[in-house]
Design a protein around this ligand. Structure first.
Ligand code: RIB
Ligand code: CA
Length: 322
């Protein structure tokens, strides 16, 4: 059974990813760590507990809070996309009696830091653990700095991040997760553990329209469906105004689906570098993807093609599975 540690900055699309992971049977999730990104890390941790509180879990993953700031740059968040609380402002929704509509899971945080829990899991599952990183790579880089020998035993790292043949979503050239902490991304890409990247080039192929989300969730009775409909409203309004359609890109669900439905994804080998010093290009991911320019020492696989409709169908089938 594959062992997966999820590192996340929830984040509405992180919620889609975490729910897909916890509803999937292809792997076990022994641990989830939070990191600063879409929201400050303490809010990310609260949001993770809210997301897990939607599920009837027999066993909770270990949860630990990670780094509160990037390695060098000041933190940049994305509340303008994900809402002030990072989950579409669903934290303010209440039942008729005034209790929270989406209360947190009844579980406790580990006494370990996120970095310590990552290293603990790497030691517990040597050559087996896969880390799926859905936010800035600060926790992973910190763990590598603290104990590179343990981190070398990771089977692989799958990330949502970067952009190669399109524009960025934070600046013209940079995607959010890499832009927030380009120094961490550089250290992870150069470390030597295989990295599988789901960049914007792939995640933008999956267009979740408001109409599709309404069809799949609005009239459903289950908490997960109601939450996804409620939590995605803020993102879809942002998209309506700034991206050009009423809907959302569920970026972070793709790295999880690479584990549940690998056949839906096509990737190429690449040597990926990160701009850490540039002004206009800070956080840019750079790789020459031309087949004739392939290097003999790729450090990553970059996903460039997704069976988008098949992926969306599989996502909602799993969401609605009894
Ligand atoms: O660029 C998209 C990524 O940045 C996603 O992981 C989203 O949650 C934000 O963290
Ligand atoms: Ca994220």
């Amino acid at each position: 059974m594959q062992q997966i540690l999820i590192d996340t900055d929830p984040g509405v699309d992180d919620a889609y990813a975490i729910l897909l992971a916890m509803l999937s049977h292809e792997f076990h999730v022994p641990a989830i760590t939070t990191v600063c990104g879409n929201v400050p890390v303490d809010q990310a941790t609260q949001n993770l507990l809210t997301i897990l509180g939607l599920l009837d879990l027999d066993e909770f993953p270990m949860i630990a809070q990670g780094e509160a700031a990037p390695l060098i740059k000041p933190l940049v968040t994305a509340a303008h996309v994900h809402g002030d609380d990072g989950l579409g402002n669903t934290s303010h929704l209440q039942n008729a009696n005034g209790s929270p509509l989406y209360p947190p899971a009844n579980t406790t945080l580990s006494s370990m830091t996120g970095t310590e829990l990552i290293l603990e899991m790497a030691a517990q599952y040597p050559d087996e653990l896969i880390i799926v990183a859905l936010g800035p790579l600060t926790n992973l880089a910190t763990a590598i700095r603290k104990d590179p020998a343990k981190m070398r035993r990771l089977r692989k790292i799958i990330i949502m991040g970067g952009v190669f043949e399109e524009y960025g979503n934070v600046t013209t050239t940079a995607e959010f997760n890499i832009f927030v902490d380009p120094h961490a991304a550089h250290e992870v890409f150069q470390f030597g553990v295989p990295v599988h990247i789901a960049p914007l080039d792939a995640t933008h192929q999956v267009v979740l329209t408001g109409e599709r989300l309404r069809t799949e969730t609005e009239n459903q009775e289950d908490r997960v469906s109601r939450f996804l409909w409620d939590a995605t409203q803020a993102c879809m309004e942002f998209y309506r105004e700034h991206v050009g359609f009423w809907g959302f890109h569920i970026h972070d669900a793709l790295p999880i689906a690479m584990l549940t439905h690998p056949d839906y994804f096509e990737s190429v080998n690449a040597y990926v570098q990160v701009e850490t010093a540039g002004d206009l290009t800070n956080g840019m991911t750079i790789a020459d993807l031309r087949p004739e320019r392939q290097r003999s020492d790729p450090n990553a696989q970059v996903c460039l093609k997704v069976a988008a409709e098949a992926f969306l169908n599989a996502f909602f089938e799993r969401l609605h599975a009894p």
